[in-house]
Design a protein around this ligand. Structure first.
Ligand code: ZN
Length: 247
């Protein structure tokens, strides 16, 4: 959509039916990894999202892109319960190093969409033995309530028509394709593990279909970049299986 300083009260919907976004402001942001352009957007539900853009991405059919779900504990405070902070830093580094691409920071995605307070309640349950999936279920909340319509709309607005998506989550590839973004490739984004995050990551692998190699090796999954074949077709998450976790 075309940026509009008159600030229409409701963003238009995209042809694919996803909610549109409204571009609010932008500024240059120097980071430890290089200079990026930060663009703020308002989604139809009022949530404000950010895109950190490197170089000229308009018209790109294979832009390196990360859609990062907000995680205050991991991104801001460096919590080792999850790999979010390390993934965010690595995504910014890769996009800045490549010189073109974007990290879209999706707010309202805290705890896979359940919110920060509910995430802390789920953490408490995990400390009694439940895994991240069962904890959400025990609270009567969705295992994954995130929607990527706003993320897709932001990519549309930036002029990105296709992406190489930095993710370990096949469901994210499927969701983006459903919103009209062509996923040319999936690029693994592996962060070093810690004792605290290992059980969580194993659950994401065994119960949520995340593609995480090396969790059983002492060195953890982080390793050289490995590109996997395009995964633009429907990906079915594996049936729930007993979590292979340490006590
Ligand atoms: Zn996190």
């Amino acid at each position: 959509m075309v940026p509009d300083s008159r600030a229409p009260s409701r963003p238009p919907a995209h042809p694919d039916g996803s909610a549109g976004v409204r571009r609010l402001a932008q500024a240059r942001i120097p980071t430890a990894h290089g200079e990026l352009r930060c663009v703020a957007y308002a989604a139809a539900d009022g949530v404000e999202h950010l895109a950190f853009v490197a170089g000229e991405v308009s018209g790109a059919a294979d832009a390196l892109v990360r859609l990062h779900s907000e995680c205050a504990t991991g991104d801001l405070m460096g919590s080792l319960r999850c790999d979010c902070g390390a993934q965010l830093d690595e995504a910014l580094r890769r996009v800045a190093t490549e010189g073109t691409g974007a990290v879209v920071y999706l707010r309202g995605h805290e705890g896979r969409g359940i919110g920060i307070a509910a995430k802390l309640r789920a953490y408490q349950l995990q400390d009694t033995g439940l895994d991240t999936v069962d904890a959400n279920v025990a609270l009567g909340l969705p295992v994954d309530g995130r929607d990527y319509g706003a993320g897709a709309a932001i990519l549309h607005d930036l002029g990105i028509t296709g992406v190489r998506l930095l993710t370990n989550n096949p469901d994210k590839v499927t969701a983006l394709a459903r919103h009209g973004v062509r996923v040319a490739d999936r690029v693994p984004l592996l962060a070093p593990t810690h004792g605290e995050s290992l059980r969580y990551l194993r659950t994401k692998r065994s119960r949520m279909g995340h593609l995480l190699d090396g969790l059983d090796s002492p060195a953890g999954p982080a390793g050289p970049d490995r590109s996997h074949p395009p995964r633009t077709t429907t990906t079915t998450a594996p049936a729930p299986a007993p979590a292979e976790e340490s006590p």
